[in-house]
Write a protein that binds this ligand. Sequence first.
Ligand SMILES: Nc1ncnc2c1ncn2[C@@H]1O[C@H](COP(=O)(O)OP(=O)(O)OP(=O)(O)O)[C@@H](O)[C@H]1O
Ligand SMILES: [Mg+2]
Length: 383
Amino acid sequence: MNGMTGIPIPRPLRGAAMPDLPPARGARVEFDRISKEYGDLTVLHETTLKIEAGEFFSLIGPSGSGKSTLLGILAGFVPPSHGAVRVDGVDIVAKPPYRRNIGMVFQNYALFPHMSVAENIGFPLKMRGCSRAEIGERVKRALAMVRLEAMGERRPAQLSGGQQQRVALARAAVYDPRLLLMDEPLGALDKNLREEMQEEIKRFQRALGVTVIYVTHDQQEAAFLADRLAVMRGGLLEQIGTPRQLYEMPGTHFVASFLGEASLLPVAEIVSREGRLATVRTAGGLTVQAFAPSRVSERRALCLRPENIILGEAARGRDNHFLGTVEEAVFTTGTLRYRIRLPGSDGVITVRVPSHPGIELLSPGTGIDIGWDAAMAVIIAED
Ligand SMILES: Nc1ncnc2c1ncn2[C@@H]1O[C@H](COP(=O)(O)OP(=O)(O)OP(=O)(O)O)[C@@H](O)[C@H]1O
Ligand SMILES: [Mg+2]
């Protein structure tokens, strides 16, 4: 793989027509009952997924869950074992990667060290047999897009990591692909630079209207960037939705704890249920008013987000109110993080309250009112 378009281009594609302005709108992508096996090992179970034109779609999940496999099937490096992949309604499984017109950006951006920035960006155009004038014009535009107008003549080694990643982005987008795949593109950058590049990528995607499929380990990055995201686990899409849906209404224990922090209390019994409101008894013996999504599985738990729990006097008027005990109190940037032991035997839950000068950190051992409304305790499936 040459890393930059990611696509092994065997020879110059003479005469491949370059569409001119305006920039292409995004492509529509459809995985139709796609699966992948290596011998006896299924690394991607039958997967059907539709991604809209111009959508920013993110795949997240732990290492080995199949994210790069799914991306590789779309790019053409990984032949699927079954199923079809359609781009704008056309099955592309039989097409070689370099005919798919898909831009790629990877973690190790793999710029050619002996070429200037401008030559790196122009390379995919050269391979496609574009004229020098056209290459010059498009490279100039691409450099402006990633705000590196002044750096065209430099070598990659003379750029910072973030600037190199911008060059990789420009190179992937220089021929106006309608679909851009990114696999951990910011993995090599430090936190501040990552955040800066996230802004850049988002701006870039909105400006071009290109469809992006973006793989990351970083759930915050995915939540910031994506219109929708899918959480992958063991070769399956465990849940798909907007970042907010997945955070606020996780379907499973796995999704709840993969996205953000969650305290999970096993549910022993649903005592009663009226529409979406349920009264449940936890395994630790508490009676709790909770939110019940339409489908509730046999094995279930309550999912509580740390910022939705209220401490102190204000907890008393809530649907659920208990007397807890502080076990641990820590200052983290912006919030005070508590571990609070619940009455009964459910154990401790995590609570975060905004920190500001003057607020006192409760000391371990303190008894404290703790409460939350029914809507803040979502019933989810246990693993
Ligand atoms: N050529 C191969 N032969 C056998 N197994 C493979 C091959 N390529 C990938 N796998 C397996 O497929 C599974 C999914 O791999 P994949 O690269 O898609 O994971 P991932 O979600 O991208 O992980 P990471 O976050 O670490 O990049 C892994 O268990 C991996 O070991
Ligand atoms: Mg991967």
